[in-house]
Design a protein around this ligand. Structure first.
Ligand code: PLP
Length: 341
């Protein structure tokens, strides 16, 4: 199975993409043109796949930049065809089919008519077929939906008269099925983001054996440390985000304010490396944590570190206020490295 490394979780950060290529992925994919431009500008030469459906308004840029794009709309494939012809190029398309997750994809009964029309278009090669699961509807990859994909492949190949290059049936949700030996052998391509970045399969979000879960850490600086009550004092209405948070009365506590907030990260997806630190909440620019029962006594100017889930990593990568610092660990986990600093 060939693997395309998906870099959208880190906004196409070149250091991460290079690490993916060193690790053996055969190509890179992202959902944003901006991220792919960033990778290309960093001099990373590989095959690039656009994972989000191209906009009709952007076909020019897609044909000029991308090697393979995923598609589900004939009008877009027609526009790609016209552009490719004008440029004297052939653009590869992977047709996405809908198998139940209800995000992008051609309904399976519309696939063959779609292909019949697409085959007539010059400048277009139907390079592969793919499906995406566990993203919108949370539908789990199964023997049934994978068998359905393979069935469609057979019908499609009979129609076009050649073997498709990529039968792309897997993302980070497909690992359990794969190791159980239940992924059909015709499925020969995977698009993997989260499992590479965070070391988890995405059906149960279990850590995958032999991988690190702390390749990304968020460090935030303490701006204030004060003893304060655990319950707000005075009549209460909505917080800054229009919500009415609930608080438990745990008496007075030592609270630290950090210089990250909801604008920079998904608070619910952060885990403090110091397990004695508890996250109390956040506004757009502050994270409020309880450091009452920590062995370390934290002071202003010191840093706390957090591991991140995918949503938190994505937002931190997108925030212009969060600075990226790549480390080369030589195979140690980030945690071990920090422990030794
Ligand atoms: C984001 C994305 C992926 C990668 O998914 P992971 O769960 O991060 O592996 C694969 N395919 C498509 C179409 C995507 O949008």
């Amino acid at each position: 199975m060939s693997v395309t490394g998906v870099t959208k979780g880190v906004c196409g950060q070149p250091e991460v993409a290079k690490a993916m290529l060193r690790g053996g992925v055969s190509s890179l994919a992202d959902s944003r043109m901006e991220n792919i431009h960033r990778l290309q500008a960093a001099g990373i030469h590989t095959r690039y796949m656009l994972l989000r459906l191209p906009p009709l308004s952007g076909v020019e840029e897609v044909v000029g930049t991308i090697d393979v794009s995923v598609n589900s709309e004939l009008s877009v494939v027609e526009a790609l065809s016209q552009t490719a012809c004008r440029r004297g190029m052939v653009h590869d398309v992977m047709l996405m089919v809908e198998l139940g997750d209800l995000r992008e994809g051609i309904p399976s009964d519309e696939l063959l008519p779609f292909v019949r029309a697409a085959m007539q278009l010059p400048g277009i090669r139907i390079q592969g077929i793919g499906t995406n699961l566990a993203c919108f509807g949370g539908v789990v990859p199964s023997t049934e939906n994978m068998a359905q994909l393979v069935e469609l492949v057979q019908a499609l190949e009979e129609l076009i008269g050649y073997r498709l290059e990529w039968i792309s049936g897997m993302n980070s949700s497909g690992f359990d099925l794969l190791v159980a030996g239940k992924t059909p052998t015709r499925i020969n391509h995977a698009r993997i983001g989260e499992a590479i970045l965070l070391g988890r399969e995405t059906v149960h979000r279990r850590p995958w054996p032999g991988t690190f879960q702390d390749a990304f850490l968020l460090h935030a600086e303490i701006l204030e440390v004060k003893r304060k009550p655990s319950l707000p004092v005075g009549a209460r209405s909505e917080d800054a985000f229009g919500e009415l948070p609930e608080f438990q009365d745990r008496g007075e506590m030592i609270r630290a304010l950090l210089n990250v907030g909801r604008e920079d990260v998904v608070i619910e997806g952060m885990t403090p490396l110091d397990s004695q630190v508890t996250i109390l909440g956040a506004s757009s620019g502050y994270l409020v944590v309880d450091v009452t029962r920590t062995d370390t006594s934290y002071g202003v100017g010191e840093e706390l570190s957090f591991s991140l889930n995918y949503a938190a990593l994505l937002r931190a990568s997108t925030s212009e206020y969060v600075k990226n610092r790549p480390f080369h660990s030589g195979g140690q986990s980030t945690h071990q490295r920090y422990a030794s600093v």
